[in-house]
Each structure stands twice: as structure tokens, then as C-alpha cells.
Design a protein around this ligand. Structure first.
Ligand code: ASP
Length: 307
């Protein structure tokens, strides 16, 4: 048994009795992958890739589609607001050379993913937050937009009356271009009705997104506080560096979270893409969907789950 097979088949059983990995195989020949049913966003990514474009341009273009969609209640325009009714956005990008940019708590801008890319390209910082991120966006002329919609205001009203607040997602997207450059991006309005100022996993490099162009990439969705605690995406890429395939690495990262939060009912899920185009996806609970682009075709699949 070589080292890769050994790691893949490690039957680690935690204190909580969770078996580490299933026998699910990674998918191969994947050009791009996105969390949830994000077909139009992945089409935006595909358009760049098919024109022999750069993977970073592809993921930025794809994520911008989701950020513009008011029906996506957890990303960009029409996202779910914080406890005060205001929408604040988090996003980050990372390229094949370990360069990254990130913004958090950005209000009044249409495309935080592009502002995050601007932080990477025009500053020598990685992350800008709140007023500082907005001042940077204003100076660079990024598109302003009133983010609140009728639906997001209604959701806030209902939450104040006592409706469930368990509604949040992130678009995470990973792409491999024709020159084998691997890049990733993610964007979210974060946890619905969060405390103002709350930062989740999505804009934190290593938590909500991590890319190492020589190894692979991962993106997260779900309860950000849990992903932050285990630096889930960095964990996945390091497992891949040590020989795990992307599917096994996603399962191990989910199971680490289950060990840390054994009683939690919150969903957490990961996607991963290796530099050879093998993809993995796994969630804690049933219901996680993933959109993939393979051989020029886009399809939505159900991810495996542990519990
Ligand atoms: N991970 C996001 C956050 O915690 C939300 C989600 O993906 O459900 O901000």
C-alpha cells in the first residue's frame, strides 16, 4: 500500500465514534466546481475558461453572477441582513501563486469579490474590513449598490417576529484553467441576522477558502464559526499535499468539525479541486449540492454526507 492509499483508507475513529472517510471516489476531469446549485454562476466561469482565460478571471466572473442575483438570499445584492437590518458582505480570492485578497463587512457595494481582488492586486495587504474596505472601494471606483431588497427587508421583519434565522450560504468557486492555473473565490452575506461586525469563515484565507496552485484548492459553506475553528480549507489542502485525494480530504475536514462540535445541528460542507482536476465534496448533513463543470458540461450533484 503506498502512502496515498494508506492515508485514504485510514479508518480513524474519533472519540465521538465518527468513522473518518467513506469509499467515495473523487471525480476527475473537473474544470470548475461551485458550492450549491449555482449553474448560472458556473456558466459565467465557463465563458472565461473556454476563451482560454485566466482561472482567477473565471472565478471572479462566476461569483459576480451570484452577487448580482437577488434570488440568492445569502450572497451580494438581496443577501440576508444583520440583526439591525443592514446587509454587509464578505468575500475573498486566492490565485495559483498563494496571492490572496479579502474584504469583510463591506456595505453598499455590488461586488465584494472584485474589491477583494483589488486588495490583492493594488495593495500590499491581504484583508480590509468595514469602513477601510469601503474607503478603498470608493477610491478605486467599484460599483456602489443599495443591497437591501423587498425580500431581504421582509426576511428581517419576520426574523424580528421570531421566525427561524437558520438560513445562510456561501458561493465558493474553484477553477483550473487551460494553463493549469488553479484559483478560487468566495462571497457571502454571512449568517443571517448576525451581530453587526460579525466576521465568518468566508473572507478568512485558510478557513473559507485556500488555494495552493501546486496542490489543490478548497472552499467552505455552512456555519462559519465552526469552519473558522478548524481552518477547514487549509486543513483540506494540507491533507491533499500529504496524499489524500480531494474527496477523502473533504470528508476528513467535515469529520474534524463533527469531533469539535458533536452536538451541533448546523450544516458545514466543503468542495475541493486538485491541480490535476480531481474534485471532492462532502457535507455534515444531507442536502448539500454542488455544481461542476466537466468536459464543457455543467451539472448539479448531491454531495455525500457523514450524518
Ligand atoms: N459560511 C458563511 C458564514 O458563516 C455562511 C454560509 O455559508 O452558510 O458567514
Amino acid at each position: 500500500m503506498n502512502r496515498r492509499n494508506f492515508l485514504y483508507s485510514l479508518p480513524a475513529i474519533s472519540a465521538s465514534g465518527v468513522v473518518s472517510v467513506s469509499q467515495n471516489q473523487s471525480l476527475s476531469n473537473v474544470q470548475a466546481i461551485a458550492t450549491w446549485d449555482n449553474q448560472s454562476a458556473l456558466q459565467g466561469c465557463d465563458q472565461v475558461l473556454t476563451q482560454n482565460g485566466y482561472a482567477l478571471d473565471a472565478v471572479e466572473a462566476g461569483v459576480r453572477v451570484a452577487e448580482s442575483n437577488p434570488d440568492d438570499l445569502s450572497v451580494g445584492y438581496g443577501g440576508l441582513p444583520d440583526a439591525t437590518g443592514k446587509i454587509s458582505l464578505d468575500a475573498c480570492v486566492m490565485n495559483e501563486l498563494l496571492r490572496c485578497g479579502s474584504v469583510s463587512y463591506v456595505r453598499g457595494y455590488a461586488h465584494p469579490v472584485s474589491i477583494a481582488r483589488g486588495v490583492m492586486e493594488f495593495t500590499d495587504h491581504v484583508m480590509l474590513v468595514g469602513d477601510g474596505a469601503e474607503a478603498f472601494a470608493k477610491k478605486k471606483g467599484y460599483e456602489r449598490r443599495k443591497l437591501e431588497t423587498k425580500a431581504s427587508k421582509q426576511a428581517h421583519k419576520e426574523w424580528k417576529k421570531g421566525a427561524s434565522s437558520n438560513n445562510h450560504d456561501t458561493i465558493g468557486m474553484l477553477a483550473l484553467d487551460r494553463q493549469d492555473r488553479l484559483c478560487g473565490a468566495c462571497s457571502t452575506s454571512g449568517r443571517a441576522f448576525k451581530l453587526p461586525g460579525r466576521v465568518g469563515d468566508s473572507p478568512i484565507i485558510g478557513a473559507g477558502l485556500y488555494v495552493d496552485g501546486k496542490v489543490g484548492a478548497a472552499a467552505a459553506t455552512g456555519m462559519g464559526e465552526q469552519v473558522l475553528t478548524t481552518l477547514g480549507c487549509f486543513h483540506i489542502v494540507e491533507l491533499m499535499r500529504q496524499g489524500s485525494n480531494p474527496q477523502a480530504a473533504c470528508e476528513l475536514a467535515v469529520n474534524r468539525i463533527i469531533e469539535a462540535f458533536p452536538k451541533s445541528a448546523d450544516q458545514v460542507a466543503f468542495i475541493a479541486l486538485s491541480r490535476r482536476g480531481e474534485a471532492g465534496m462532502h457535507a455534515r448533513y444531507e442536502g448539500f449540492k454542488v455544481t461542476i463543470l466537466e468536459a464543457g458540461h455543467i451539472r448539479v450533484i448531491d454531495a455525500s454526507h457523514t450524518q
